[in-house]
Write a protein that binds this ligand. Structure first.
Ligand SMILES: [Zn+2]
Length: 280
């Protein structure tokens, strides 16, 4: 086996652990093909779990080979998702141990959406939600940003595109149709997830919110997804945290399911804070 092939095999192993925790739930929402103005429709690679490998690609920013994953966030269906397991519960998890940001890169958002959220709200709320994770990274919530993890953002009216084939050194956020039944949002991450933990690193994140299948609100409105609630969860993936599917962790922002009108994930819970602190 070549060194390269060994590296690829190692890259996949931590994520395989995550896949084992996934319970597939279909919310019965049909995939839409309507594109909003903010970006082109997003296709998620087929697969059984909510973490879909995107393969290995060259990262123009770091000059290295990196691995990509698309992480799907779903609506919880009537039967519920996630079973409570017995024993000691750890309500945080990582995409891979020590896979975190080691440089600070800016992000860009096209806030255009079909739900009536204002551009100013989307942009300012994203920044505020990022600040929650940066505040928690030093383990002391309310103390201001402990660690600058995701940098500053700018707004654009140009169409953006998730990078499912290879990173492009731009961290993009927008609304569009997601071609995956039940998907509320998808965050893609590129980085080094295997090998020695000190070498692991995140190098790119992109994020799409589905405004074709879901309405969005800024107030926890019934029948809609609360943007702050979903965005705070998705940004947890951007900093390197993984989904939780044990219902004993349902109070955590990183719990893997969401519902209409839910606002519980706006604020970080104890497991979220511990996870961010351990990672950074
Ligand atoms: Zn998630």
């Amino acid at each position: 086996m070549t060194q390269y092939a060994r590296a690829v095999r190692k890259l996949k192993s931590p994520i395989a652990l995550l896949l084992g925790l996934v319970l597939a739930v279909t919310a019965g929402v049909s995939a839409a093909t309507t594109a909003s103005a903010a970006g082109k429709p997003v296709s998620v690679p087929p697969g059984a779990g909510d973490v879909r490998p995107l393969g290995v690609a060259f990262d123009p920013g770091s000059g290295r080979l990196v691995q990509g994953y698309a992480i799907v966030h779903r609506k919880k269906n009537a039967r519920g998702g996630g079973q409570a397991r017995q024993g000691k519960i750890q309500c945080y998890g990582f995409l891979a141990k020590n896979a975190k940001w080691k440089t600070v890169e800016p992000w860009v958002v096209n806030p255009g959406n079909t739900s009536g959220l204002t551009d100013a709200f989307v942009a300012s709320n994203l920044a505020a939600d990022i600040a929650k994770w940066e505040d928690a990274a030093d383990g002391a919530v309310g103390s201001g940003p402990g660690v600058n993890i995701l940098g500053g953002g700018t707004t654009t009216s140009n169409p953006l595109a998730v990078d499912n084939a290879a990173p492009d050194n731009v961290n993009e956020v927008y609304f569009a149709a997601i071609d995956e039944p039940g998907a509320i949002a998808v965050t893609t991450v590129w980085g080094i997830f295997g090998g020695p933990t000190f070498q692991r690193e995140l190098v790119e994140w992109d994020q799409v919110y589905d405004d074709a299948d879901y309405g969005w609100s800024d107030s926890g409105a019934a029948g809609k997804m609360d943007f702050e609630n979903i965005a705070t969860h998705e940004l947890g993936h951007s900093v390197g945290l993984g989904d939780l599917y044990n219902s004993a962790c349902a109070s955590e922002t990183m719990y893997g399911y969401a519902g209409f009108g839910e606002t519980q994930k706006r604020d970080l819970n104890t497991g979220d804070i511990t996870g961010a602190n351990k990672l950074y």
